[in-house]
Design a protein around this ligand. Structure first.
Ligand code: ADP
Ligand code: GN1
Ligand code: MG
Length: 370
């Protein structure tokens, strides 16, 4: 899908941005929203902002989603401010409001737009480059969950109901296989077979939650590595972006999604599967970084399932890519034929490796928890 050309100057005119519009470009690797970096000349200084067109076909209640983001970013900022941290506006996203004080603008075509301060001198990474990045991302994740643990009521809105309900994701896959709307099931025969092998694990975390062994928390729910901004000079983890799915959830899905993406030696859509393997040393660093923030917060059920969490969410995301492939690529942005199937294949390879490495992963977690 190609990003549509929008009149970024016109969109920016609705927000509290001063100065002269200079330029705007499509930006970032996201699969869901359309992100743009825009530059303004403010009395001789160039200042950048992020505009995002929120995908309202996926996020059906944008006002509720923006209310969540407003509350969460304000709460995080107040935590950093109370600790006298420097660079507050690089440690939590800062929304720029519209001229009439709203957190989003609806354009003439019904598109929803929001604006953030651009976090300068920090980058996101699709593939891990060194272990320090893993430590920093995991620490930022732990801090995010810890600081949001006392977010005042009311409960956040569920921006996508059942987002991490893995059994429901599996049921959607079964429906897509049965429909086989685009006659693609044959080309994904091996992946479909593998999916059925994974069926026995999909309900494990949800069952534990129902039994009261895993608490509901405020979680991010989309903690892939490229949603963490790391300082370009020091490598310090600055903040988590992509807050659309911040809502009530399980801490383990967040940790697992970071494992899925940071402990992968290759790209999520790598076609050469020999480049895709699970990086045990990175897993160890992720455990260390995450627990440096939340060891005291987490309950036994959470600590015990840190190794399994990566396997489960990788399986869930593989299921979703396969479902979208069979449904004709309607959810994720694709840039080539078979793109979603390629993505599914990397995920499934990792799931199989994580299954094999489970005893080692359990040893690692034990080392940091006992
Ligand atoms: P998507 O939901 O499509 O993944 P994201 O919110 O993750 O969209 O944004 C896409 C990319 O844009 C991010 O991976 C990050 O590199 C960049 N980005 C997002 N917000 C900011 C920001 N406030 N400052 C600088 N870069 C940003
Ligand atoms: C999407 O928005 P982005 O690209 O960070 C998806 C995640 C998947 C991820 C797979 C709202 O994340 O759930 O894990 O792709 N986001 C949504 O890369 O569905
Ligand atoms: Mg993103």
């Amino acid at each position: 899908m190609k990003t549509k050309i929008h009149d970024l100057r016109e969109i920016g005119s609705h927000f509290q941005i001063c100065g002269d519009f200079v330029s705007g470009i499509a930006y970032g690797p996201g699969h869901i929203n359309d992100t743009f970096a825009v530059t303004y000349n403010q009395a001789g200084t160039l200042v950048r902002y992020i505009h995002q067109r929120i995908n309202h076909l996926i996020f059906k209640n944008v006002p509720a989603l923006m209310e969540n983001i407003h509350r969460v970013t304000n709460h995080l900022r107040s935590k950093f401010a109370a600790l006298n941290c420097q660079h507050l506006s690089r440690r939590a996203l800062t929304l720029v409001l519209t001229k009439d004080g709203k957190s989003y603008h609806v354009d003439g075509e019904g598109n929803y737009w929001r604006t953030y301060l651009f976090i300068e001198k920090a980058h996101t990474y699709d593939i891990i480059q060194n272990e320090q990045q893993a430590f920093q991302a995991a620490r930022v994740l732990g801090q995010f969950q810890r600081y949001l643990a006392d977010l005042p009521a009311p409960r956040l809105h569920e921006t996508i109901p059942n987002f991490h309900n893995t059994p429901a994701r599996f049921a959607a896959l079964e429906e897509a296989i049965n429909r086989d709307k685009f006659n693609r099931a044959e080309s994904a025969r091996e992946e479909i077979e593998l999916s059925f092998r994974f069926k026995s694990i999909v309900g494990r975390l949800i069952d534990l939650q129902r039994q009261g062994k895993l608490p509901e928390r405020v979680t991010h729910n989309d903690t892939k590595l490229n949603n963490f901004m790391l300082d370009e000079e020091t490598g310090e983890g600055m903040c988590l972006v992509d807050l659309d799915t911040v809502m009530p959830g399980l801490s383990l899905y967040d940790f697992g999604d970071l494992v899925r993406t940071a402990a992968n030696s290759g790209a999520e859509d790598e076609r050469d599967l020999s480049k895709v393997s699970f990086l045990m040393p990175v897993f160890e660093v992720l455990v260390r970084g995450y627990l440096s923030e939340v060891k005291e917060l987490l309950v036994h059920g959470e600590l015990d399932h840190l190794p399994f969490s990566g396997q489960l969410i990788t399986c869930e995301i593989g299921i979703r890519f396969l479902t979208d492939f069979l449904d004709g690529d309607v959810y994720y942005k694709v840039h080539r034929e078979g793109h979603n199937l390629d993505r599914c294949r990397t995920q499934y390879k990792l799931v199989v490796e994580m299954e094999r490495l489970k005893p080692e992963m359990q040893k690692v977690v034990k080392r940091y928890t006992s």
